[in-house]
Design a binder for this molecule. Structure first.
Ligand code: HXC
Length: 519
C-alpha cells in the first residue's frame, strides 16, 4: 500500500466509524426525534473543537453472535473539545451501536476521558443513551460500570460533572448520572429508573408507563433526581453550555468573571414597594431575583421541584453566584423535606466549586405535620443547616421579610459563618410569628378574660407589643446578627460591594477524613 492508499484507508476507516451502527439505525434514531451521539457533540462543543479518541476501539467479546457485530468505536464517542473556549471532556453513548449498551471496552473509553479530565482539571460531560450493561459481556460489563462509578466519586467536588440523559438510562446505569453534579433530561425521549415498568408489574403488580415511572417530568418535579427538563436535546445541550459559564474548570479555580454592561450602582425603586402591606400576603421572589441580578439573567436549577425554594445561578457585576431564595408564592416559602434537600445539594455544589452564595430569606418556618416528621424533616432540614455551616465560600444573606425560628438559623444566619447579613426594613426576625407567640405566652391569661371584646383587645395589644419588639430587623441588628438594615432599592449594589470585598475571603474547616453529614 503506498502513502496515498494508507491515507485513503485511514479516511475510509474514519468514515466507517462515524456511521456508528449504520445508516438504517441512524434513520431509526432520527425517527424517534433523537440525535446521534456525534450530532449531539457537534452542537454541544465550539465549532470544530472536538478531538475524538479511540475511534478504532472494538469490543473483545465473541459470545453469542458478538464476533460478527464489531463496530469501530464500540458504541461510545469520546474525546475533548471546548465550550466558550474552555476545555471540556465528553462522552456520548451511541444507541445505534448495540443499543448503546456498555461493554468492557466501552467503559474503558469513558474511564480514559474521565482520567484525563481529572489530570487536566476540566469538566466532564456525559451524554447517556443506552440499553445498559451489554448483556453478552456479563460481569465484565458490571465491572465497567463500577470503574466509572469509582471515577465519578473521585471526581466529585474536583471537576464539574454534568450528565445529559437523552434516551434510556436504566438499572444500575442510572447511578453514574446520579453521582454527577447535574442531570438534564429531554422531554418525551428520555427515562431513568432502577427497574422498568415490566419488572415493576411483576414484582409489585403496579401498572405504570415508562414516562410516568421515569420520564423527564417525573424526575424534574416529583423525585428531584434530574435538575433540568429540556424541551428537546438541543435545548438540553444549550443548558450545559450556559451552566458552565458559572463554574470554574475545577475546585482549585474561581468561577470566571465576565464584563457586563449592567451598572453595578443600579438602584431599583420597585423593590421598595414589592413587599405586600400584610405579612400574610405572597409576592414572587423571582421578581426580586430578576431585578437585582445582571441583565435579568437567572439560570434556575430544579425549577419544577420543591417550588417553595428557588435555587440557581446568576451574576452580579459579572461575578457568578449561586442564589438560594425562599419563594413566598409557594407554600408561603416554608422549608419542607424537598426544599431542604434541594437547597442543601445546591449549597454544597456552589461551595465545592468556589461559587459565592447569595441567600434571600422570607421563610415562615418548617412545615409541620406527621408526613414531614415521618419523612425525616429533622435529618433533611439538618442537611441544609449543615451545608450552609460547612460552606466556606463568601455568603451574603438578605432577609426580606419573615425569618422565623429554626428556619432563621438554617437560612445562612450570622452564626453559620454568614459573611454579610443584611435585612430590609420589612424583615421580621424572631422565634415565631406574633399570633403563635401570644397564644403560648398569653393564652391562659387571655382565656381567663370572660368578656370576648376585652379578650380580643388584650390579645391584639399583646400581639402589637410583640410585633414592635420582635417582628422587625432591629432586635437582630442591635446585637450585630444583622450587619445593616438596607433600603430594598439598594440591594443590588450592596450585594456587589459585598462580593467584591469578599473575593479574597479565606475560611477553612478543621482537617478530617470526611464529615459525617446527616444523609
Ligand atoms: C446488548 C442490547 C442491549 C443490551 C439493547 N441492545 N440493549 N444489546 N445488551 N443491554 C440491542 C438490541 O438487542 C438491539 O439489537 C439494539 O440494541 C436496539 O435495541 P432495541 O430493543 O431494538 O431498541 P428499542 O426498541 O428502542 O428498545 C430499547 C431498550 C431495549 C428499551 C433499551 O433495547 C431494552 O430493554 N434493552 C435491554 C435493557 C436492559 O435490560 N439492560 C440491562 C439492564 S441491567 P438488534 O441487533 O436486535 O437490533 C444493567 C445493569 C447495570 O444495565 C449494572 C450497573 C451496576
Amino acid at each position: 500500500m503506498d502513502k496515498q492508499e494508507k491515507i485513503k484507508q485511514l479516511l475510509n476507516l474514519r468514515e466507517q466509524a462515524k456511521l456508528g451502527g449504520g445508516k438504517k439505525r441512524i434513520e431509526a434514531q432520527h425517527a424517534k426525534g433523537k440525535m446521534t451521539a456525534r450530532e449531539r457533540i457537534e452542537i454541544l462543543l465550539d465549532e470544530g473543537s472536538f478531538e475524538e479518541y479511540d475511534m478504532f476501539v472494538t469490543h473483545r467479546c465473541n459470545d453469542f453472535d458478538l464476533a460478527e457485530k464489531k463496530y469501530p468505536g464500540d458504541g461510545v464517542v469520546t474525546g475533548h473539545g471546548t465550550i466558550d473556549g474552555r476545555v471540556v471532556y465528553v462522552y456520548s453513548q451511541d444507541f445505534t451501536v448495540l443499543g448503546g449498551s456498555l461493554s468492557e471496552t466501552f467503559a474503558r473509553k469513558i474511564c480514559k476521558v474521565m482520567d484525563q479530565a481529572m489530570k487536566v482539571g476540566a469538566p466532564v460531560i456525559g451524554i447517556n443513551d443506552s440499553g445498559g450493561a451489554r448483556i453478552q459481556e456479563g460481569v465484565m460489563s458490571l465491572a465497567g460500570y463500577a470503574e466509572i462509578f469509582q471515577r465519578n466519586i473521585m471526581a466529585s467536588g474536583v471537576i464539574p460533572q454534568i450528565s445529559a440523559v437523552f434516551g434510556p438510562c436504566a438499572g444500575g446505569a442510572v447511578y453514574s448520572p446520579a453521582l454527577t453534579d447535574v442531570i438534564i433530561m429531554s422531554e418525551n425521549t428520555s427515562y431513568m429508573f432502577v427497574t422498568g415498568p415490566k419488572v415493576t408489574k411483576t414484582v409489585t403488580g403496579e401498572v405504570i408507563s415508562t414516562e410516568d415511572l421515569g420520564g423527564a417530568t417525573v424526575h424534574t418535579s416529583k423525585s428531584g433526581v434530574a435538575h433540568f427538563k429540556a424541551e428537546d436535546e438541543e435545548e438540553g445541550l444549550m443548558i450545559i453550555r450556559k451552566l458552565l459559564e458559572y463554574l470554574p474548570q475545577n475546585n482549585l479555580e474561581d468561577p470566571p468573571v465576565t464584563e457586563t454592561s449592567d451598572p453595578s450602582e443600579r438602584a431599583d425603586d420597585i423593590l421598595n414597594e414589592i413587599i405586600p402591606g400584610q405579612s400574610s400576603l405572597a409576592y414572587d421572589m423571582k421578581d426580586v431575583i430578576y431585578t437585582i441580578v445582571d441583565h435579568k439573567e437567572f439560570l434556575e436549577v430544579h425549577r419544577h421541584f420543591a417550588r417553595n425554594i428557588i435555587v440557581g445561578f446568576a451574576k452580579f457585576n459579572g461575578m457568578p453566584v449561586g442564589i438560594v431564595a425562599n419563594q413566598p408564592k409557594f407554600l408561603a416559602g416554608v422549608l419542607d423535606i424537598d426544599a431542604s434537600r434541594k437547597a442543601a445539594r445546591f449549597v454544597r455544589f456552589c461551595d465545592a466549586f468556589n461559587v459565592p452564595i447569595v441567600t434571600l430569606v422570607d421563610v415562615p418556618g418548617f412545615m409541620p405535620g406527621s408526613a414531614q416528621e415521618y419523612g425525616g424533616i429533622i435529618i433533611q432540614g439538618a442537611k441544609l443547616l449543615y451545608a450552609y455551616g460547612e460552606a466556606t465560600v463568601p455568603k451574603i444573606t438578605v432577609t426580606l421579610r419573615k425569618s422565623y425560628g429554626g428556619a432563621h438559623d438554617v437560612m445562612s444566619c450570622k452564626q453559620l459563618r454568614g459573611d454579610l447579613n443584611y435585612a430590609w426594613p420589612s424583615a421580621e426576625i424572631a422565634v415565631m410569628g406574633a399570633q403563635g407567640a401570644i397564644e403560648i405566652l398569653e393564652g391562659k391569661k387571655a382565656g381567663s378574660i370572660k368578656d370576648r371584646e376585652e379578650r380580643d383587645r388584650y390579645i391584639a395589644g399583646k400581639e402589637q407589643e410583640y410585633i414592635e419588639k420582635f417582628a422587625n430587623p432591629y432586635a437582630a441588628a442591635r446585637v450585630g446578627f444583622i450587619d445593616d438594615v438596607i433600603e430594598p432599592r439598594n440591594t443590588r449594589f450592596r450585594i456587589i460591594r459585598g462580593l467584591q470585598t469578599l473575593m479574597t475571603k479565606k475560611d477553612t474547616n478543621p482537617p478530617k477524613k470526611h464529615s459525617n453529614m446527616p444523609l
